[in-house]
Design a protein. Structure first.
Length: 143
């Protein structure tokens, strides 16, 4: 029978001990930027806004309606059905309770620059029926 020989474990070099905290910090930074990188909510519809030379910057507030290049209407993050009026009737009382009245309700409209103005007619008619008197059309800054 042969004798069993045991080898002594190798000692770690001091370089290995210094790498562990750096790996931890890199990992924590990676997690931080993954979480912090999604601060702004993404827009549901891919809308190429028309350009404007106005210096006034209006912030989106209240109800946001988007109409993409295909003519699909989005209310916030929800895709709207063909009949817009009933959905606005359900939504506007909730928004009015927060703002006070339909006159003070802010509606922001994001429309793709390539759309025909006739696509806006049903949306504007539904807003008019709900007695919304203030409408903002969002534009992009001209280069």
């Amino acid at each position: 029978m042969s004798a069993l020989t045991l080898q002594s474990p190798r000692r770690k070099s001091p370089v290995d001990d210094g790498m562990l905290p750096m790996i931890n910090i890199v990992f924590l930074l990676l997690v931080f930027f993954m979480v912090a990188g999604q601060i702004a909510a993404s827009k549901p519809a891919d809308v190429e806004l028309p350009e404007s030379v106005s210096d006034t910057v209006a912030e989106a507030a209240g109800i946001e309606i988007s109409i993409d290049a295909a003519g699909v209407v989005w209310l916030g993050n929800d895709r709207m059905a063909v009949e817009l009026g009933p959905q606005l009737r359900r939504l506007i009382p909730n928004e009015i309770s927060g703002s006070g009245s339909a006159d003070s309700l802010a509606v922001t409209l994001r429309v793709d620059r390539g759309l025909n103005a006739a696509v806006l007619d049903p949306v504007l008619t539904a807003l008019r029926q709900q007695r919304v008197s203030s409408l903002r059309i969002q534009t992009a800054a001209a280069p």
